[in-house]
Write a protein that binds this ligand. Structure first.
Ligand SMILES: Cc1cc2nc3c(=O)[nH]c(=O)nc-3n(C[C@H](O)[C@H](O)[C@H](O)COP(=O)(O)O)c2cc1C
Length: 192
């Protein structure tokens, strides 16, 4: 897929096959993340790759999924759950709005890169940060900002123009297909 296809085709994936992502592909995703934009190029983020099944299962148990369509896009470990994650971390003393923005840029690079590699991903902001910190055995000065779930997609959500700017919740249709309404460029933009 070229970039134009990838940027429109990437969707948050919440159903995965049980095929493991290779260490090479996970390494490649970190390569994508490390070249993301960074405020003042200060590069304060760090990454933890979680790929051993025992740890991935425990981390997965701490994550929250698709509140608008619960429980139909709540994956189940061993059935359709992601089997690897990347955790984004930062030293607490260095945390700032700029680092949050860096995290957004890094996650987007990971997710677009994953789509280009044929992988599915989901940005996870809803998770037990304290327990994740413990399981990852991070030092007390470090905090976990986000997780990115990774695996091979077992669903193909679609995006569409939001017909009504007030109704942007993603939803499942009668065929269990996930629809993601996106506001149109005209709804979002002022030209001067
Ligand atoms: C900051 C942030 C946190 C998110 N956290 C979660 C999460 O915890 N669980 C989840 O299922 N999706 C999460 N998402 C995914 C959004 O629900 C998803 O991006 C949105 O529905 C649009 O769908 P799309 O990514 O396919 O365009 C998160 C997205 C962002 C940007």
């Amino acid at each position: 897929m070229d970039f134009l296809q990838v940027v429109f085709a990437r969707r948050s994936i919440r159903r995965y096959t049980q095929q493991d992502v290779s260490p090479e592909d996970l390494r490649q995703l970190i390569e994508f993340a490390r070249v993301a934009p960074s405020g003042s190029n200060s590069q304060k983020l760090r990454f933890t790759v979680i790929r051993t099944p025992e740890l991935a299962e425990k981390i997965f148990a701490l994550t929250g999924w698709a509140g608008h369509v619960k429980p139909r896009r709540t994956p189940v470990w061993g059935k359709d759950a992601p089997r690897s994650f990347i955790a984004l971390t930062v030293k607490k003393a260095l945390s700032s709005p700029t680092v949050q923005a860096d995290a957004g840029a890094a996650v987007e690079n990971i997710m677009l890169g994953a789509a280009a590699l044929g992988l599915g991903s989901c940005w996870i902001g809803s998770f037990d940060k304290e327990r994740t910190h413990e399981l990852l055995e991070l030092d007390p000065e470090t905090e976990v900002l986000y997780l990115v779930a990774l695996g091979y997609p077992a669903e193909e959500p679609v995006w569409e123009d939001a017909s009504d700017p007030e109704h942007v919740k993603y939803y499942l249709d009668d065929n269990d297909l996930l629809h993601v309404p996106k506001l149109t460029a005209d709804d979002l933009t002022i030209w001067k």
